[in-house]
Unconditional design. Structure first.
Length: 294
């Protein structure tokens, strides 16, 4: 049925069009992010991973500063840089995973205190360790397992990052299609039990698949039980990290961490699972698969 001014669109039609547009925007952004990130992760030279890590650190630090109240961006960047420097210096002594764990634990404590308090406080600066520890550990893991004789070299950072991202993607689509029961309605209104289960299953399967593909190129193959541990740890802790960021945003009264990425929100909205899961997974690989490092 149409009116003199043209065809009449129902509310359902408008809603469907907006939903499709948002999904299309989300997919385009995801493809670009995946291509750029994969290129940096698989490139043997160090400068692409440093460039990616620097950009992620900068925007993530600005976003978390904004969520925490945006009181002093200079101090925010200094806190971020200091945390990265600590991990980098200790990485010279092969202690990067443990240093990163200490930094990310301090960051998690800072975030937990901020969420509980519900307002800015003196220990908010600790929160930047939640970003710095995983970023520094990712750089170290890339550089410690890449084959310097090749331009593009599969390395252990891919075993950490790809299952997390694929698990997140599975959670989104399965949760959207089949999810009815909410996982944590008091924290996140969109995360579902079905999405959570899909995340865990895909994380484990992706860890096995990526590991099998990379084993042909590593100095020493990573055993299947270790890959299972990587997938399970990432699948569980990644979702906890996602919920932690959701709780932080809820305490600050914001929906997204930013608007840098169309269809996704901010940088933090895309890397929250990586921030919480990557360091423990890195530790598992370092302790149990030392022969795979160059």
């Amino acid at each position: 049925m149409s009116s003199a001014g043209g065809p009449h669109l129902s509310a359902d039609s408008v809603s469907a069009a907006v939903s499709f547009q948002n999904l299309s925007s989300r997919v385009r952004t995801a493809v670009l992010l995946a291509a750029g990130s994969l290129a940096a992760i698989l490139a043997t030279p160090e400068w692409p991973i440093y460039l990616l890590a620097g950009a992620v650190s900068l925007f993530a630090a600005l976003e978390i500063d904004e969520i925490l109240g945006g009181r002093n961006r200079v101090l925010a960047l200094l806190a971020m840089g200091g945390s990265l420097a600590v991990v980098w210096l200790l990485s010279l002594f092969m202690a990067a995973p443990f240093a990163a764990l200490a930094v990310v634990l301090a960051g998690t404590v800072g975030l937990a205190l901020r969420i509980r308090r519900g307002k800015p406080g003196a220990l908010d600066g600790l929160s930047f360790g939640w970003i710095a520890g995983p970023v520094a550990c990712a750089i170290w893991l890339h550089n410690a397992s890449a084959d310097s004789s090749r331009l593009f070299s599969p390395n252990l950072l891919a075993v950490v990052a790809l299952p997390l991202w694929l698990g997140d993607t599975a959670a989104y689509f399965f949760g959207k299609k089949y999810g009815k029961r909410l996982l944590a309605p008091g924290i996140s209104p969109k995360k579902t039990v079905v999405g959570s289960m899909a995340n865990l299953v895909v994380s484990v399967l992706a860890s096995l698949a990526v590991g099998a593909a990379l084993n042909q190129h590593l100095v020493e193959p990573v055993a299947t039980p270790i890959l299972l541990a990587v997938g399970l740890t990432g699948g569980i802790l990644g979702q906890i990290g996602d919920l932690l960021e959701s709780a932080l945003k809820r305490s600050a009264g914001v929906k997204d961490s930013g608007n840098l990425l169309p269809g996704h929100g901010g940088i933090l909205d895309r890397i929250d699972s990586f921030l919480f899961a990557s360091v423990p997974v890195c530790l598992i690989l370092w302790l149990l698969a030392r022969g795979s490092f160059t």
